[in-house]
Design a protein around this ligand. Structure first.
Ligand code: 13P
Length: 246
């Protein structure tokens, strides 16, 4: 089964650093069984696409806006990212939801916009520590999925990717136990199949403090096909160690 290794560079790297890291990634040996994508800043997207020409590494957007073109200061549309060569887009990353107030409704508008392009959306879902402590995890995640996908006009044949990223595990070093991530991934699979039908082959990723020493524990779970890596994807050494661990 194909595995997915996605690198979310967040706002860690400027353009020159992004291009240098992309070139370094391009030179690393990796199995053809692993599908890799990097998500640079919007500013670096064009240069990173150029740097990765001729490699199997795809490029994605960290965020998109849901209007194609217009008077929307500071935003960038899915269509514009597509024109630069981006093949994926993160939608509803927890840093967008919590730092910038993106609601489930906004996330849905972004999903609707992305599926009108050729870009594959990666819906990010996750509960906060407080929600987990109050036993609200399943309710919160199911609501995020329902809102994003109910009656969505999903294009036939388009990959369907959901990244489970518990908010409390992102950037904290406190990764979710692989068995618990697998339990959640099983729930995600059942909710999504009920909503969309079995014809959409769902790809589920785990994200949150993934490192070289824990990556294989996630990727070998039944319902988890890959990982979305933040900090550990922003250094050549740790990325190489992740590739080797796989
Ligand atoms: P870290 O790997 O830095 O915890 O970040 C995870 C993440 O948010 C990926 O999208």
């Amino acid at each position: 089964m194909k595995k997915y290794l996605f690198a979310n560079w967040k706002m860690y790297l400027d353009v020159a650093e992004s291009v240098a890291l992309a070139r370094a990634f391009k030179n690393l040996k990796q199995s053809s069984e692993i599908s890799t994508a990097v998500f640079p800043s919007a500013l670096a997207a064009t240069s990173v696409v150029a740097a990765l020409q001729g490699s199997a590494i795809a490029v994605g957007a960290q965020n998109v806006y849901f209007v194609d073109k217009g008077g929307v200061t500071g935003e960038i549309s899915a269509a514009m990212f597509q024109a630069t060569g981006c093949e994926f887009a993160l939608v509803g990353h927890s840093e967008r939801r919590h730092l910038f107030g993106e609601t489930n409704h906004v996330v849905r508008q972004k999903i609707d916009a992305v599926v009108t392009t050729k870009i594959i959306p990666v819906l990010c879902i996750g509960e906060t520590k407080e929600q987990r402590d109050k036993n609200e995890t399943a309710e919160v995640l199911e609501a995020q999925i329902r809102s994003a996908f109910t009656d969505v006009a999903w294009p036939a044949g388009r990959d369907f990717i959901i990244a489970y990223e518990p908010v409390w595990a992102i950037g904290t070093g406190a990764a979710c136990e692989p068995e618990e991530a697998e339990r959640i991934a099983g729930l995600v699979a059942s909710w999504t199949t009920a909503l969309m039908g079995p014809e959409f082959a769902l790809i589920i990723l785990y994200g949150g403090s993934v490192r070289p020493d824990n990556v294989s524990a996630y990727i070998n779970q039944t319902h988890i096909s890959g990982v979305l890596v933040g900090a550990a994807s922003t250094h050549e050494d740790s990325w190489q160690a992740i590739l080797e661990a796989l």
